[in-house]
Design a binder for this molecule. Structure first.
Ligand SMILES: C[S@@+](CC[C@H](N)C(=O)[O-])C[C@H]1O[C@@H](n2cnc3c(N)ncnc32)[C@H](O)[C@@H]1O
Length: 227
């Protein structure tokens, strides 16, 4: 069985399903580990490029898995999955894949965006998925993993909990509502560093200014000061 790095180990620990698809499977290691440990019964690897498709095919040979060449959920049927993962891509790409075929999405999704993570949280809020957990890797590079469950259109309870400590929804979307509720120390340290960096800059673009203001609001908020 291929060894997973800490990022994919964390992803794997959040997955349990019968029919699970990994979109952008590349080397195919995640599905191989999920099948070997019995966390899923059947795997579908999806790749849109030939070499990663060949890599996945080689890794998954002899396992209860299929490897499909195509763009995201184009090659998945409606009701075929109960779970899916998309890891190691930018948040905008993940959202595009999800939004292209919203009728083919399963009830459970495990998403690991490398950047623009807020766009994935915002998509979930707007599209009837609750963020039931979020976790991050320890170590120098922080990878965040989001666990989503289909819920209907009621407001996600985690944002209600955030409102009860007077933290705005937009801060939750940007930085992660569970991380904020847990007063994630690693996040606070990283944001304090980013705050110093942004304040030291002579000129800021509009998005950087907005982010700096959000960090300022967050780091001076009672919820954090009351540690
Ligand atoms: C950076 S790799 C991440 C691989 C693996 N998921 C991981 O986290 O280690 C992203 C992979 O997604 C594939 N990919 C990107 N967009 C895709 C799409 N729309 N449909 C299927 N595969 C895609 C790329 O070819 C590449 O192999």
């Amino acid at each position: 069985m291929p060894r997973l790095d800490d990022r994919l180990k964390l992803v794997a620990s959040l997955i349990r399903g019968t029919n699970h698809a990994d979109i952008g499977s590349d080397h195919g290691h995640l599905l191989a580990a999920l099948l070997a440990t019995g966390r899923i019964q059947r795997g579908i690897a999806v790749e849109n490029k030939p070499q990663p498709h060949r890599n996945s095919t080689a890794t998954l040979q002899g396992l209860n898995a299929e490897v499909r060449l195509g763009d995201g959920l184009n090659v998945i049927q409606e009701n075929e999955l109960d779970s899916l993962s998309i890891c190691g891509m930018g948040g905008q790409s993940i959202v595009r894949i999800l939004a292209n075929h919203s009728n083919r999405l399963p009830d459970q999704m495990i998403l690991q965006p490398n950047k623009a993570i807020g766009s994935v949280r915002q998509w979930a809020l707007n599209n009837g998925y609750w963020l039931v957990d979020e976790q991050c890797t320890a170590g120098t590079r922080r990878f965040e993993v989001l666990l989503l469950r289909r819920s209907g259109m009621a407001l996600d309870p985690v944002y209600r909990r955030l409102a009860s400590v007077r933290l705005e929804e937009s801060l939750g979307v940007m930085f992660g509502p569970w991380f904020l509720l847990r007063r994630d120390e690693d996040l606070q340290q990283r944001l304090a560093e980013e705050q110093r960096y942004l304040h030291a800059k002579q000129k800021l673009t509009a998005p950087s200014r907005q982010r700096m203001e959000a960090i300022d609001r967050l780091l001076s908020h009672d919820h954090f000061l009351s540690r």
